[in-house]
Design a protein around this ligand. Structure first.
Ligand SMILES: N[C@@H](CCC(=O)N[C@@H](CS)C(=O)NCC(=O)O)C(=O)O
Length: 211
């Protein structure tokens, strides 16, 4: 059985919960007391689970993987037999990988500022805000172009891909980092579309429109 080292409020952990749910793959959640326990920085966690002191971490039997984007690639490659989430086409995979890298800029900016406002952790807020705006601008321009061509998804796939899952949580959680999404209308439309994709599940701060 897959084990996910998980924290309910983490957008990076939520990416994996979303894909596992959409793939209908059973897994066990191993809750990590990120706040206030800071268990991810404990000696035991650093020694035995992830030397980077970060979540998520995924175990599939003996195989262990850290980094949400790496885990998305693994899960889609291993369990999505229809190939919907990580289509086997060179250009699409190149484009998806480009957005997987961009997802980390949303963690460095929006997640960091959100941790400051929610948990009181230190953050360089001016730097976070500048990087958040630059990254959301990149997303908004790309999505506006796709939407003008009647598409919806980041890698111009007919259905959402792991590129969308990787970038979605922290874009959607931007208001918790005091980033106003009204400047990014194409991003707002894409957030709405993903929330309406059949089988969507929520996390605190990102609501399920069906509920
Ligand atoms: N590149 C990593 C970043 C993961 C990351 O930063 N996760 C946050 C939780 S959302 C974390 O564990 N931060 C550790 C800390 O802030 O001490 C990934 O995508 O998984």
């Amino acid at each position: 059985m897959i084990r996910l080292y998980d924290y309910e409020l983490s957008g990076n952990c939520y990416k994996l919960r979303l894909l596992l749910h959409w793939l209908d793959v059973a897994y066990e959640r191993v809750p990590v007391n990120f706040h206030p326990g800071r268990e991810h920085r404990s000696r035991a966690f650093l020694q035995d689970i992830n030397p980077l002191g970060q979540l998520p971490v995924l175990d599939d039997g003996e195989f262990r993987l850290r980094d949400a984007q790496a885990c998305l690639v693994y899960l889609a490659s291993q369990y999505d037999h229809a190939g919907h989430w990580y289509p086997d086409d060179a250009r699409t995979r190149g484009t998806i990988t480009m957005w997987l890298a961009t997802a980390d800029d949303l963690t460095r900016s929006i997640a960091a500022a959100r941790q400051h406002y929610s948990f009181g952790l230190d953050a360089d807020l001016a730097r976070c805000e500048a990087l958040a705006h630059a990254t959301l601008r990149l997303l908004d321009d790309a999505l506006a172009e796709t939407q003008a061509a009647s598409g919806q998804w980041l890698a111009a796939t007919p259905r959402p891909s792991i590129a969308d899952i990787a970038c979605f949580p922290y874009a959607a959680l931007a208001p918790e980092a005091r980033i106003d999404l009204r400047r990014f209308p194409a991003v707002q439309a894409w957030i709405r579309d993903l929330r309406h994709w059949p089988g969507f599940i929520a996390m605190p701060g990102i609501f399920d429109p069906k509920l």
